[in-house]
Design a protein around this ligand. Structure first.
Ligand SMILES: Cc1cc2nc3c(=O)[nH]c(=O)nc-3n(C[C@H](O)[C@H](O)[C@H](O)COP(=O)(O)O)c2cc1C
Length: 203
């Protein structure tokens, strides 16, 4: 095959599935395991891999819900959510919690995932998860049929056994990630590389 040959896909063209292409190319994606509480006070737990840090100062994270799912409805109503860290040890649970349960069903209760009180918000955190990020709703931006949820971080809770010198360490966190289709990624190889501080460092 000619290594310079390219196929150009235009979103909107017949047979082009931009979502499938994008989710295959924007990889690996960390998985926010989002816990919320409904207007009726029921817990809800669902994974979201359209997830990143939006701002460092103030600390703001975002995730995107494709359609008006229970997670986004709960955040709209209560203004609070918790992002639980998705470790390799919990990947079956993370995946199971994505099943299309009925509105009002508590995934954690049904799947026997243990929850415990968070430090600053009402939604509980996953007890088995090594870290959680508690958030107050900052804003929701509608993009097409998606709801991009921004949350200001009110607390970051990290289990002491994943801290090395007071900092969360990859070798203990062991994150799983989402790739294209139904592919998942295991914890990556980690290496260190110093970032250039001036152009002379790389020229
Ligand atoms: C690993 C993984 C990542 C997912 N990421 C997203 C996502 O970023 N956005 C989304 O809308 N759905 C995502 N889903 C699907 C939702 O988890 C699923 O639709 C879930 O039922 C939504 O729950 P809810 O209705 O309680 O909010 C993902 C599923 C899995 C297994």
């Amino acid at each position: 095959m000619d290594p310079a040959a390219r196929t150009v896909f235009h979103p909107g063209d017949e047979g082009v599935n931009a979502y499938r292409l994008l989710t295959a190319l924007v990889v690996p994606r960390p998985i926010a395991w989002v816990s919320t509480v409904s207007a009726e006070g029921r817990g809800n737990l669902a994974p979201h891999s359209f997830f990143t840090v939006a701002s460092g100062r103030p600390p703001v994270v975002l995730f995107s819900t494709l359609g008006r799912k229970d997670t986004v409805r709960n955040v709209e109503y209560t203004g609070e959510f918790v992002i639980n860290f998705s470790s390799e040890a919990m990947l079956e649970m993370v995946n199971a919690s994505s099943a299309p349960f009925e509105h009002g069903d508590d995934e954690a209760e049904l799947l026997e995932i243990h929850m415990e009180d968070s430090a600053t918000v009402a939604p509980q955190r996953v007890a088995e998860s090594p870290a959680s990020i508690e958030c107050l709703l900052e804003r929701i931006v509608e993009v097409g049929s998606a709801y991009v949820v921004f949350g200001t971080v009110t607390a970051i809770t990290v289990r002491d056994d994943v801290l090395v010198d007071g900092h969360p360490a990859m070798e203990h966190l062991r994150p799983v990630s989402r790739l294209g289709g139904d592919e998942w990624g295991r914890p990556p190889d980690v290496f260190h590389l110093t970032r250039p501080s001036k152009p002379d460092d790389v020229l």
